[in-house]
Design a protein around this ligand. Structure first.
Ligand code: FE2
Length: 440
């Protein structure tokens, strides 16, 4: 924990924003980078420009990127997503309500040749492969509103499926983008109120919406920070909709009240839709200021009988879950997640690989005070199994005050990384990233 109680955790130590935009080449590598990895690893996070920010989630987005080519790390660069917000003197609720004034700080993804920086209350911002900002992106004028930071890309069809939620009606809208990047469907989804919906789930035939009791506190919207409140009386449910369906086609399932920031994956098994995600319960006792610890959970929603079942899969505090990008929406055996510090600032202590068939996990806990970031799975070329691939993450070394991009062999995550790409600077703790391979 930071010793100075006046400084919030996201402005101190490994979380503190960096001041400079750096470009570095000739990166030193320990180990060897697989030559089949050609592309860029990009990661987004809040990097408050004004050195003051009312919440971890409310700082201007900065992307940290490493390009890899033919077994070498060709560059590192970090760049702000240059939205008009960066030019404002002060950030207010009113100013950030404008679509173009995006924090653009949560995720960065690649789809149909576009690189998009995402923040859930705003439309995407397009970036170049060199992290220059192109501008707000609207899918040829078809997306007029915000887009979740957690769209899902179907490995079978290449479609990108996502939603945007509204603090004002409509409270939820679903969108489907073709493999070539055309927005082909938008549907308003009927929900009762404005809730904070951070992520969702796809399966081969369905999308699953989470309608959970984390409500926007409308009378207190102008309060600093993120004015949401957990209110169990709202109920909690998951809605299963055919990918090309509409609100009237949704089968809703009441579930035990909880919150879910991030989902690991979902898939169909017989008449069941199976969902795995770290789940948070107990907001009533701990309150909003000390959020409960997420633990991996499973929901089974039977589309024939309408019956749901659910169970906790593990009692470890993990988040930032993921699966192989080639298994999104498909039956998966393995999942990966980061272990967070149980107390104090949410630093990442290590990585876990879950084997959901056996209920076991293998782990890589970081040593010597090193701090991890979100792990990203990259399948091996011609992968021979679901877990044949690489796990990438930034790791911060406090002794050097610098970061590395590390690459693990996912068959051996308990071992040392196969490559450590040494960066000349620190990459602050942040949110989500993607491996964006060179176009085939
Ligand atoms: Fe997220």
């Amino acid at each position: 924990m930071n010793q100075d109680n006046q400084t919030p955790f996201w402005m101190a130590e490994s979380f503190a924003p960096v001041v400079e935009e750096t470009t570095a080449t000739d990166l030193h590598v320990t180990g060897s980078i697989p030559t089949e990895l050609n592309g860029r690893y990009f990661r987004n996070g809040a990097n408050p420009k004004a050195h003051a920010s009312p919440d971890w989630f409310l700082g201007e987005g900065m992307i940290h990127g490493v390009e890899i080519k033919n077994g070498e790390a060709t560059w590192y660069r970090n760049r702000y997503v240059k939205t008009p917000l960066l030019e404002l003197e002060a950030i207010t609720r009113e100013s950030t309500a404008a679509p173009e004034n995006s924090f653009a700080n949560t995720h960065i993804i690649g789809h149909a040749g576009k690189v998009l920086a995402l923040q859930e209350l705003h439309p995407p911002f397009e970036m170049t492969n060199e992290l220059e900002t192109v501008g707000m992106y609207s899918f040829d004028g078809k997306l007029e509103r915000n887009m979740t930071a957690h769209p899902k890309i179907c490995p079978e069809t290449g479609e990108m499926l996502f939603f945007g939620y509204g603090i004002m009606p409509p409270f939820m809208t679903y969108h489907r983008v073709s493999a070539t990047g055309e927005l082909v469907q938008s549907e308003v989804i009927d929900v009762k109120a404005a809730t904070m919906v951070h992520d969702f789930v796809i399966t081969r035939n369905y999308v699953i919406f989470m309608d959970l009791p984390m409500l926007w506190d409308i009378p207190n919207l102008s309060k600093p920070g993120v004015p949401v409140k957990f209110d169990e009386s709202y109920g909690a449910r998951m809605g299963v909709m055919p990918r090309d369906g509409s609100s009237k086609d949704i089968k809703w399932f009441e579930i035990d009240p909880c919150y879910v920031y991030h989902t690991m994956n979902g898939y169909e098994h017989g008449d069941d839709v199976v969902i795995h995600a770290p789940r948070l319960v107990g907001y009533e006792s701990v309150g909003m200021d000390a959020p409960p610890i997420p633990m991996l959970h499973e929901w089974k929603l039977n589309l024939k009988t309408g019956v749901k079942s659910e169970r906790q899969l593990d009692d470890l505090g993990v988040d930032f879950p993921t699966v192989a990008e080639t298994y999104v929406g498909l039956p998966h055996r393995y999942g990966y997640a980061a272990e967070f510090n149980a107390k104090g600032s949410p630093t990442i202590l290590g990585f876990h690989k879950y084997d959901l068939n056996t209920g076991s996990k293998t782990s890589h806990m970081l040593k010597d005070g090193r701090i991890g970031a979100e792990p990203t799975f990259v399948a091996a070329k011609d992968a021979s199994s679901e877990d044949d691939g690489y796990l990438m993450s930034f790791v911060y070394d406090p002794a050097e005050d610098k970061s590395e991009l590390v690459i693990f062999n996912t068959n051996q995550i308990e071992q040392e990384p196969i490559a450590r790409i040494h960066l000349p600077v620190r990459v602050p703790a942040g949110f989500h990233g993607s491996w964006i391979p060179d176009a085939a």
